[in-house]
Design a protein around this ligand. Structure first.
Ligand SMILES: NC(=O)c1ccc[n+]([C@@H]2O[C@H](COP(=O)([O-])OP(=O)(O)OC[C@H]3O[C@@H](n4cnc5c(N)ncnc54)[C@H](O)[C@@H]3O)[C@@H](O)[C@H]2O)c1
Ligand SMILES: [Zn+2]
Length: 345
């Protein structure tokens, strides 16, 4: 069984975990970074004496240098030093940006992530990727550094919008499909509503941790985490400026169906295995009936430098619970999976 990261605690008493870390590290100042949603819904569940609150506006559009400047200014005005601590209370936007701000402030101060979305609990808080968007390029500026601690509590999810929760569930499905065949048997028997988060979250975190620990700076093996993301990300980017905009996990759900179909075409998934995956995803997510044409998303698909004239590089399932990376697939084969999509649903 894969292990949890050494820097992560799962607890329904996040305040006491935080308090004991503060007693151990004795920071001279503590600030909690929130947005307007986590201030209202999550901050009441995290009581820390003498912590300052630094609030930013929610949303990916604010994950940028301007917001970082505001946080750096706040820390400076309040005399934060290299012995100070930043606690990031929020989803992946807060975690990625707060971690980046902390890692660069006075060449790096301690930071703790308290992730409050499913996506940030099972995905963004693990693996050490920190950063911000720049000139509309996602996560363009950043660095690798593990948080000094991560505190995970599924109770935070109680106030999360169901669409956001479902979107995060796509990453749980992905982790299961790439590395946990036995967990798939459990997952597929339940509906989204009847899933046991307290069981699924630790398992999903342990899978991500095992993968990133084997390849911390993304030289190879870590690419298996891209299952569903090559096509999913292209569709997400294409629809970003349209009224049909999808949440990340929804786009990844489509990506997992199409990339699962590529595995089927390769003979790496049986018809039965592929149908199981397809049926489960279709019954979990509300997905568009029609996809953009392959030609219209090709520019996004081709962005990966590993692609060549013969094909596009994918991470594909080789059976349920196993994933291969750097699998080159021809445009004709991809086209077949795109054509199959409308009949699959
Ligand atoms: N570092 C990594 O490895 C990694 C991995 C995956 C994604 N990411 C990043 O994560 C970001 C997406 O994260 P996300 O999906 O958590 O979105 P998010 O951080 O934008 O949060 C989604 C929304 O939910 C609100 N919210 C958060 N927790 C809440 C709660 N408990 N109750 C009520 N509202 C709450 C937020 O204010 C926000 O409006 C992206 O920027 C992505 O690039 C990073
Ligand atoms: Zn993802």
């Amino acid at each position: 069984m894969d292990q949890l990261p050494s820097y992560l605690t799962i607890s329904d008493q996040p305040s006491s975990v935080l308090k004991s870390l503060i007693e151990k590290w004795k920071p001279d100042h503590v600030a909690i970074l929130v947005d307007e949603n986590t201030r209202d819904s999550c901050l009441p569940k995290l009581t820390i004496e003498n912590a300052l609150i630094v609030e930013i506006k929610s949303g990916e559009e604010n994950k940028n240098l301007g917001t970082c400047e505001k946080i750096w200014s706040f820390l400076t005005e309040n005399q934060f030093t290299r012995k100070s601590l930043l606690v990031n209370l929020g989803g992946g936007v807060i975690g990625d940006m707060g971690g980046f701000v902390a890692s660069t402030f006075k060449r790096g101060i301690k930071f703790i992530n308290v992730p409050t979305t499913l996506l940030s609990q099972v995905d963004a808080s693990i693996g050490g990727k920190l950063g911000i968007d720049f000139n509309h390029l996602k996560n363009h500026i950043g660095l690798f550094r593990d948080p000094d601690h991560v505190i995970v509590n599924s109770n935070f999810l109680e106030t999360l919008d169901t669409r956001e929760l479902r979107s995060g569930f796509a990453e749980v499905i992905k982790h299961t499909l790439i590395k946990d065949r036995s967990q798939w048997q459990v997952l597929k028997k339940n509906t989204f509503e009847s899933q046991n988060w307290n069981e699924l979250i630790p398992r999903s975190i342990a899978i991500k941790n095992a993968v990133v620990s084997a390849d911390p700076t993304e030289n190879g093996f870590r690419k298996i985490l891209n299952f569903g993301h090559t096509i999913g990300h292209a569709i997400e980017s294409h629809l970003l400026m349209t009224p049909n905009k999808l949440l990340h996990g929804e786009a990844i759900a489509i990506g997992m169906i199409l990339e699962g179909h590529l595995s089927l075409q390769k003979g790496w998934l049986t018809e039965i295995e592929f149908s199981e995956i397809n049926d489960f995803i279709v019954s979990t997510f509300t997905l568009p009936n029609q996809l953009p044409d392959l030609e219209t998303i090709e520019e996004y698909l081709m962005q990966d430098k590993k692609n060549d004239s013969k094909g596009i590089s994918f991470s594909l399932l080789n059976g349920i619970g196993k994933c291969e990376f750097d699998v080159s697939i021809s445009p004709d084969t991809i086209e077949k999976s795109f054509s199959a999509y409308s009949k699959l649903r």
